[in-house]
Design a binder for this molecule. Structure first.
Ligand code: NAD
Length: 261
């Protein structure tokens, strides 16, 4: 599918980082973009700059997804591309020790559940609802292609570090659903691909001290630096344009393999 066949797209997490870069890249190519994010201030600002639409959506709240879809589709028509970038990256060990008392504390279930709700269930809810819309569109490629879904997992799905149990589990779930969902949607001409980014320079890294950042960069074999959000967006565009890519997960990481910590 060519980018110019994508009348409309939805980017979750489009207010910041990888999603923002993707929203900008798509808009540059003439695609009408709806940003679904819970950050209204940044979301409105980005949507305004790219001539898109902002929808205040929390991907863990079905009613807000439905309302967002109604607004986006009224403005742009049914989307042919969904890019799932909304996500959080919590860190906590399975068992930790309190600094002051030395007391051993178990990872709380609530924060584990929250990570899975946002990163995994939110991703799936968006896929199912968008795919139901895309399935009713006319095909636009010679093979009968109607739409594309791009998800964002993480290299942590494969080499999760210490403190990443919840994050890695949520992203591992996204990797796990990629093939069966691609199979589910194959009869409708909708492709599904998941990107596993390594370390990317987004606001998620803003608070990382310079020294630690340098150490992280040194751990990336080549190129030894953080990835640029535009490089993620370029892969989204390449996935859209390559009709043979489907049911696959792609690491985008400069050959990084994360160590335990
Ligand atoms: P970011 O924090 O810059 O952007 C994430 C966006 O998601 C924010 O705008 C935030 O408001 C939104 N969001 C969070 N929870 C939401 C919810 N419940 N509903 C709607 N919107 C919500 O982060 P980023 O670095 O651009 O990360 C984007 C995705 O890529 C995430 O899923 C992250 O796990 C993944 N990822 C990032 C990196 C990296 O190095 N930056 C590496 C691997 C994977």
């Amino acid at each position: 599918m060519q980018l110019n066949q994508l009348s409309a797209a939805i980017v979750t997490g489009g207010a910041s980082g990888l999603g923002e870069a993707t929203a900008r890249r798509l808009a540059q190519a003439g695609v009408k973009v709806a940003i679904f994010d819970r950050d209204a201030e940044r979301g409105e600002a980005v949507a305004g700059e790219i001539g898109g639409v902002f929808c205040a959506v929390d991907v863990t709240d079905e009613a807000s997804i439905d309302a967002g879809l109604e607004t986006a589709r009224a403005a742009h028509g049914v989307e042919r591309l969904l890019v799932n970038c909304a996500g959080v990256a919590p860190g906590k060990r399975t068992v930790s020790k309190k600094r002051d008392t030395g007391e051993l504390v178990a990872h709380d279930v609530a924060s584990f559940r929250k990570a899975v709700e946002i990163n995994l269930i939110g991703t799936f809810a968006m896929i199912a609802k968008c795919a139901a819309g895309m399935a009713g569109l006319d095909p636009v490629t010679p093979d009968g292609g109607r739409g594309v879904v791009v998800n964002t997992a993480s290299v942590a799905a494969q080499d999760g570090q210490i403190g990443q149990a919840a994050y890695a589990a949520s992203k591992g779930g996204v990797v796990g659903l990629t093939l069966p969902v691609a199979r589910d949607l194959s009869g409708y001409g909708i492709r599904v691909v998941t990107i596993l980014p390594g370390l990317f320079e987004t606001p998620m890294f803003a608070s990382v001290p310079e020294e630690y950042r340098k150490a992280l960069e040194a751990g990336v074999p080549f190129p030894s630096r953080l990835g640029k959000p535009g490089e993620y967006a370029a892969l989204v565009a390449a996935i859209v344009e390559n009709d043979m890519l489907n049911g696959e997960t792609i690491r985008l990481d400069g050959a990084l393999r994360m160590q335990p910590k």
